[in-house]
Design a protein around this ligand. Structure first.
Ligand SMILES: Nc1ncnc2c1ncn2[C@@H]1O[C@H](COP(=O)(O)OP(=O)(O)O)[C@@H](O)[C@H]1O
Ligand SMILES: Cc1ncc(COP(=O)(O)O)c(N)n1
Length: 263
């Protein structure tokens, strides 16, 4: 039976991040993708130029339609922007007992544009992150969550341990923002697991976080453990970066379908 994966996130008009990256990733994993859109962004590889939020009621209505008809095997959550939207997502995920939830605490786009309202930060931290089977902050997001600067890998471990005190699930700190390495760290059940990867010299990293979190959700839907899901997802993102797609005037998108052979 085909696995079904839901993404709750924002739309990226340029197709590299957000809902579009998620649907491409899920489809490339040969799974069935569904979406609840939290916001429309007018965005391209150079920046975010406009945001039109969905109402919280409409976000809730989309989630109801999905769960009342085609129950997802895993859920990925990306851009959530406002406190009211986060609250409705939390309420619905609890109502439907959603499982295998990957929360990517999206705060700022790769281009530097904010994607989360300031007032929503505490709701994100106190209500949404604790629902995650695994959460996937990048270095700047992890710094906000732990309250100190992360300059090296020892700091990543200290940060993960601190963040894990208020989260039941796994904490994956992504190391893509370091200059020499792209090693990610999972901290789960008091154990650290490193996913080592040398840096690929490709400036086109628009949508890497969205893609990784969706790929983790796909692997969870397939029944892999959290540890193995991240290992497989890391291998997928590395391949998508290595494929070397070069589109747009700024930080371009990934080649999601690098491993698909139809023609
Ligand atoms: N240049 C790179 N080379 C190899 N892996 C990378 C590179 N940039 C990002 N990654 C990987 O992509 C994933 C997303 O990480 P990151 O870019 O840190 O997150 P975000 O997109 O949320 O800022 C991580 O697995 C990270 O290690
Ligand atoms: C709608 C939307 N959601 C998320 C991101 C973050 O993208 P990245 O994966 O590069 O951190 C984005 N740029 N746009």
């Amino acid at each position: 039976m085909i696995k079904k994966v839901l993404t709750i996130a924002g739309s990226d008009s340029s197709g590299g991040a957000g809902i579009q990256a998620d649907i491409k990733t899920i489809t490339c994993h040969k799974m069935y993708a569904m979406s609840a859109i939290t916001a429309l962004t007018a965005q391209n590889t150079t920046g975010v130029y406009g945001v039109q939020e969905a109402t919280p009621e409409f976000v809730g209505q989309q989630i109801d339609c999905i769960f009342n008809d085609i129950r997802p095997d895993a859920v990925k959550i990306g851009m959530v922007s406002s406190s009211k939207i986060i609250k409705v997502i939390v309420e619905k995920l609890k109502k439907y007992n959603a499982e295998s939830i990957v929360v990517d605490p999206v705060m700022v786009a790769t281009s530097g544009s904010p994607l989360l309202e300031k007032e929503a930060m505490s709701t994100l931290i106190n209500e949404l992150l604790p629902m995650g089977t695994v959460i996937t902050p990048n270095i700047p997001e992890a710094e906000i969550l732990c309250g100190f600067k992360i300059n090296e890998q020892d700091d990543m471990l200290r940060a993960a341990k601190k963040i894990a005190t208020s989260i039941k699930g796994g904490v994956l700190i992504k190391g893509g923002h370091f200059s020499n390495t792209a090693d990610d760290l999972l901290y789960i059940d008091g154990k650290e697991v490193w996913y080592k990867q040398e840096k690929i010299y490709n400036e086109n990293t628009h949508g890497t976080g969205c893609t990784l979190s969706s790929a983790i959700a796909c692997n969870l839907a397939d029944g892999y453990s959290i540890e193995d899901s991240i290992r497989n997802a890391k291998s997928y993102i590395t391949g998508a970066l290595k494929a070397g797609l070069n589109l747009g005037k700024g930080s371009g998108p990934l080649e999601h379908n690098y491993n698909i052979k139809i023609k």
